[in-house]
Write a protein that binds this ligand. Structure first.
Ligand SMILES: [Zn+2]
Length: 88
């Protein structure tokens, strides 16, 4: 479980699904673009992981290495740190 998830949309006619290698990772769709949409969502979810915010230290769901600040800190770091202080 490392590196990028390689997802393929495979199927024909009215039966399409997302595959990771030989393993099917989505349900079957009747349209190929629905399966492609599912592949995009699966790839986004695979990149999500919980990280500690570099600013306030609270855990949040990061979208990848570029995403190291929680949403409140990206908007307003000072306010986020003030709000985070009241759970002591
Ligand atoms: Zn933060």
């Amino acid at each position: 479980m490392s590196g990028d998830l390689q997802l393929d949309v495979r199927g024909c006619g009215q039966s399409w699904a997302v595959f990771a290698g030989e393993r099917r990772v989505s349900r079957y769709f009747t349209r190929d673009h629905h399966a492609a949409g599912a592949a995009t969502r699966l790839a986004e979810r695979a990149r999500l992981r919980e990280r500690a915010c570099l600013c306030c230290g609270s855990a949040f769901m990061s979208q990848g290495p570029h995403n190291r600040l929680c949403a409140p800190c990206r908007r307003d770091p000072l306010q986020a740190m003030t709000l985070g202080a009241d759970d002591a």
